[in-house]
Design a protein around this ligand. Structure first.
Ligand code: MG
Length: 378
């Protein structure tokens, strides 16, 4: 087992209410499990502004706590990883990456694609889709003209749904501008990353969006404000979607019970792994709440696993599933995702996550390495 830290430049800066990313500092996990190699990336960002997790913290907890527990427990199946790591509180993204690395190895050993394996965990569900509709997330923009031009390029490329980052002062005007230019048929939704202070602040600003036919308004309030989202949902006619506020299957149950969301964005990293993500998707399906697969500016490695998730039956809404060139000039995998005619992306069909890590790119981007027995800070 080893940890590799790589720094991959973004094709363009990524701007949200949480800050600006110019490059992705990524922790990669490589394991050999059951005689087979498996890979995963940890989706934590450099700063703890999306959630409490961040790259340096993930690196530390993996080397200091999670990997030693795993090596000591010697699980025989990737399904046991979450239980082994459960005594460590939080650190969902680090745990998710570790589980996926083992799962990738395990599935490669038996020749099974991740999408097929995940679909089999949904009793009675159909086979996973072979391709999924592509959606794109657009960061906070400096001007309406720049935003319209950027969205125009994505629409021309064939993206089927656009998600716009918003914050107080940048909400109704950009949405109205996009509706004016692209009309009512563009599938459009917004994401505030918790930027509104409270229910009255959010209601005042977001009621103006109700006439624009949005798919949903994502995480307007803070990640711990489940009741506030339920209250806001009574005021707005646009469905509220949660993201940061749901970090586990138990959180999802709370949100469903309270009516805190009518749509859910599922990110495997945020909820502790792909198995937990499928569990949440099943709960939402039973509750009649549609879900979609979110993104964390993953490289092609994490993107491939997200495609497997997005291919499952409960994922009826278009997710943040975009082509590799949305974020990367040079992806770290041998088969970067591409947008096909009709605005779809193929779900990898090979064993495990279905893509291969490019050793040359990883070697060129490598900043740190760690092996069990080394000190986490080395
Ligand atoms: Mg979000």
């Amino acid at each position: 087992m080893e940890l590799l830290r790589v720094r991959v430049p973004l094709a363009a800066p990524w701007i949200t209410a949480g800050g600006t990313l110019h490059a992705r500092d990524v922790v990669l996990i490589r394991v050999v499990f059951g005689g087979q190699e498996g890979w995963a990336e940890c989706v934590a960002h450099p700063e703890p502004t999306y959630s409490a997790e961040y790259v340096e913290g993930a690196w530390d907890v993996l080397g200091r706590h999670l990997i030693p527990r795993l090596l000591s427990a010697q699980p025989g199946d990737a399904q046991q990883v979450a239980g082994v790591l459960a005594p460590v509180k939080g650190h969902q993204m680090a745990k998710a990456a570790l589980e996926l690395a083992l799962l990738d190895a395990q599935l490669r050993a038996t020749g099974r694609p991740l999408a097929r394996y995940l679909a089999d965990r949904l009793p009675g569900a159909p086979a996973p889709a072979k391709c999924v509709p592509a959606g794109v997330a657009v960061g906070l923009s400096g001007s309406l003209d720049a935003l319209v031009a950027e969205v125009g390029r994505f629409v021309d490329d064939g993206y089927q749904r656009v998600k716009l980052k918003i914050q107080p002062g940048w909400d109704e005007a950009p949405v109205a501008a996009l509706r004016r230019v692209f009309g009512p048929r563009l599938a459009l939704q917004v994401d505030a990353n918790g930027a509104y202070a409270d229910v009255s602040d959010a209601a005042g600003a977001l009621l103006t969006l109700d006439g624009h036919g949005l798919v949903c308004i994502e995480q307007p309030l803070g990640d711990d404000d489940m009741v506030g989202h339920a209250e806001l949902g009574l005021v707005l006619s646009t469905p509220i979607c949660l993201d940061e506020g749901v970090a586990s299957p138990a959180d999802a149950e709370t949100a469903l019970a309270l009516g805190a969301c009518r749509v859910l964005n599922i990110k495997a990293g945020r909820v502790g792994g792909y198995l937990a993500a499928v569990d949440i998707a099943a709960r939402c399906a039973r509750a009649g709440v549609p879900v979609w697969c979110g993104g964390m500016v993953e490289t092609g490695l994490g993107r491939a696993a997200n495609l497997a998730l997005a291919a499952l039956a409960p994922f009826t809404l278009t997710g943040d599933v975009s082509a590799s060139d949305r974020f990367w000039a040079h992806d770290i995998v041998t088969a970067p995702t591409v947008l096909h005619a009709g605005g779809t992306i193929a779900v990898p069909s090979g064993p495990g996550v279905g893509v291969e890590v490019r050793g040359d790119v990883v070697a060129g981007a490598l900043s740190r390495e760690w092996h069990p027995g080394g000190t986490p800070s080395s």
